[in-house]
Design a binder for this molecule. Sequence first.
Ligand code: TXA
Ligand code: MG
Length: 360
Amino acid sequence: MNTRRIRMDSHKIDRTALRQAADLIRSGELVAFPTETVYGLGADAMNPEAAGKIYKAKGRPSDNPLIVHIACYEDLLLITDQVPLQARVLADTFWPGPLTMIIHKNGSVPRETTGGLDTVAVRMPGHPVALALIAQSGCLIAAPSANTSGKPSPTRAEHVSADLDGKIPMILDAGPVGIGIESTIIDLTDDIPTILRPGYITRDMLESALCGEVRVDPGIVVSEHGETVGEGARPKAPGMRYRHYAPKAELTLVEGETDCVVDEINRLVSEIKSEGKKAGVIATDETKSAYRADHVTSIGARADEEAIARRLYQILREFDRLDVDVIYSECFDTPRMGGAIMNRLKKAAGYRILHAEAKN
Ligand code: TXA
Ligand code: MG
């Protein structure tokens, strides 16, 4: 299959291209499109065959449900018989935006879309091209991230091409995304609203919008050794249970005071070099020049957590093209999005984390 990549200006949408993309969605085909978080791979959410094609193109396990993307609040009534009050409040506060809600589904949502569950994930994306595509197609659009299963989510159309060229008919390319990590997922089907995946919208933001307690799924609170802890230790979102992206080179995270981290990483790099191997480092603008590795990449200024989130997946993809055997990364426990950033980075590292101690 020939994949057409069409460049789109988010602020001046090409109506002809948009119509072609919408026609494809309506006829049960796949279109990759930008959202504010990551690129999505879209299909008509109410068409089981179309949703089925998503799993095939991504190589995604069929029990991992999709997120239904809507363009107006009323569309919620097409997929559920009762909109919880909390969903109304959160939609008012955060939509369009990077928040996915899990609610009970009605009979119209095919099992292909929800991976056989009786709940459905839904979000209204905050990207003009995504909203225009949903509206123009007249469909609700089921869309996971537009990567091959097991790769980092795509933050640029080039990443989608690298994974899916030849497998889908069209990619709408509106340049790099704004946020760079996937939406926060909140489950509203339990007594207490529960975060199933951390993201740009934090627990604090959700608690203040709801004026009440929000839990974090114990299944995603993972110990340093990669073991789940606490009750109900299996993550509730099926996608959070799968083995995640691991770069080809072995990635190890080093945590601690910045100076100690730099010293420890340099020590590890010398060790690796003495074995005749090559090392890469994920640093920050502040520390980049302090490392003596074969490849040193800065993720951005330490204080700019939005830039860190935006560059994370791109850097992980870049390292796969470089000739290194091991990668060491600093930790980015930034105040607001640190939880979400470290959730993705720890998974990529297979939970290999070292603590750098101060030497005196
Ligand atoms: O930012 C995003 O959410 C992006 C953009 C494209 O919107 N989408 C995305 O989709 O990240 P995906 O498929 O890569 O991740 C969806 C996650 C998976 O972990 C899946 O298991 C979970 O949502 N999920 C979907 N429906 C669910 C449900 N009914 N109950 C629990 N988890 C669900
Ligand atoms: Mg994904």
